[in-house]
Write a protein that binds this ligand. Structure first.
Ligand code: PMP
Length: 406
């Protein structure tokens, strides 16, 4: 059975060109880049080249502002904790109710330690209110951390505008964005349109590099103390011997991402739109979460009323289709995800959500296949759903329109 991989927001396949670029650094060029002898210089040069490739994808002319980390989780932690450490008099942080756990859980933790955190709500389409955002800025705000694009819904926040409003209010507030899902899918230009953004995190494994490598962009002059201490690497901003092969792979992946940016926003977008349109047309009582907001080109998050996302994933899996759900068991909890709860997805739908996220390796045939099997899976699961049955026979006043007694 062929595998159809439609879970690219979770991780991506490593590109063959990336593997090829990494191989010499896993075999003959194994030296510590800090060593003084001649062969080690090749490792140092490879890191410099990769730093430039990463900087290019971000639209940064000075690669010295790019710091390699082990992942985006580390970069997000380093950004927020490092800023608070550098600005001890400022004890307020602004973030949103829909951040990835590497920001959301960290912010809950620092709140327990006495930092005041504002979690900005979103509307039912997943959008932030600009008015609420400006009102939340305070003289003691140390850092604003607002993700560029949401991993579950794909909803894109207007970070250019938010960063500008932050700096107009108080240039000393540090603006951080988690661009893990947008890098390689949307154009980024930190030297120009995003020049008010001080810190930006992202990760290799979302753009066809291996897992275990990420980066934090730190704009020159930004007050942010190092988070990992104990070595001079990365200009003293991130201690630890550099992971040369992964850094090289990450650099190559960024170069490829730049080349495929048009494909992402034309072909991949077209496949996502077709998939979504067909599912909406063929399945009654299906809603697209965040469908009314600007979104990433590759992501669709749909909720099927009256059934469980886990059941759908199980059936998809048995047909070789990999997707993910924003509810219950995938996160090891029985609660729906904090993101879908923040969007106030109705009770009847929040457990029945499925996220399809495509990449340049998906084809029209993949999309055809999902369209062919998904409606039947939903019909079968509804047949055995007690919720579906009771709503059909005795609809509640807030039940989706059109649900008539059988
Ligand atoms: N932020 C976002 C928006 C993500 O989607 C992810 C990965 N799911 C992360 C951060 C964490 O990335 P990593 O796995 O590299 O730590």
């Amino acid at each position: 059975m062929r595998t159809i991989y439609a879970d690219n927001n979770a991780t991506t396949a490593v590109a063959p060109e990336v593997v090829q670029a990494m191989m010499p650094y896993l075999t003959e060029v194994y030296f510590n880049p800090s060593s003084m002898y001649e062969p080690a210089k090749r490792a140092g040069a490879a890191i410099r080249n990769a730093r430039s490739q990463v900087a290019n994808l971000l639209g940064v002319s000075d690669p010295g502002q790019v710091v390699f980390t082990s992942c985006a989780t580390e970069a997000n932690n380093a950004a927020i904790l490092g800023t608070l450490k550098a600005n001890p008099k400022r004890r307020h942080v602004i973030t949103t109710a829909v951040e990835h756990p590497s920001v959301y859980e960290l912010c809950k933790e620092i709140a327990r330690d006495g930092i005041e955190v504002t979690f900005l709500p979103v509307d039912t389409e997943g959008r932030l209110s600009i008015r609420d955002f400006v009102r939340a800025l305070r003289p003691d705000t140390a850092v604003v951390s607002v993700m560029h694009a949401n991993n579950e819904t794909g909803v894109v926040f207007p970070i250019e505008q938010l960063a500008r409003l932050t700096k107009e209010t108080d240039p000393a507030i540090v603006f951080h964005t988690d661009a893990t899902q947008s890098a390689g899918k949307l154009p980024l230009d930190l030297d120009r349109t995003l020049r008010q953004v001080d810190l930006l995190s992202f990760s290799g494994h979302k753009l066809h590099a291996p897992k275990g490598i990420g980066a934090l962009f730190i704009r020159k002059g930004t007050r942010c103390r190092p988070y990992l201490l104990g070595g001079h690497q990365e200009n003293g901003r991130r201690a630890g011997t550099e992971n040369v092969p992964f850094i090289v792979g990450f650099g190559r992946a960024c170069e490829l991402a730049e080349e495929f940016l048009d494909d992402e926003n034309t072909r991949v977008l077209g496949m996502r739109n077709r998939l979504e349109k067909e599912l909406v047309g063929r399945i009654p009582h299906l809603q697209v979460n965040g469908g009314g907001a600007p979104r990433l080109p590759n992501t669709t998050n749909v909720s099927c009323h009256y059934i469980e996302g886990e059941g759908i994933l199980f059936e998809l899996d048995s047909l070789g289709i990999c997707a993910s759900s924003g509810s219950a068991c995938t996160s090891g909890s029985l609660e729906p995800s904090h993101v879908l709860q923040a969007l106030k997805v109705p009770f009847t739908a929040v457990h029945g959500s499925v996220r399809f996220s495509l990449s340049r390796y998906n084809t029209d045939e993949d999309v055809d296949h999902i369209i062919a099997v998904f409606p039947q899976i939903v019909r079968n699961l509804r047949k055995v759903s007690p919720y579906w049955d009771s709503e059909r026979n005795c609809p509640r006043p807030d039940a989706p329109r059109g649900l008539q007694p059988a």
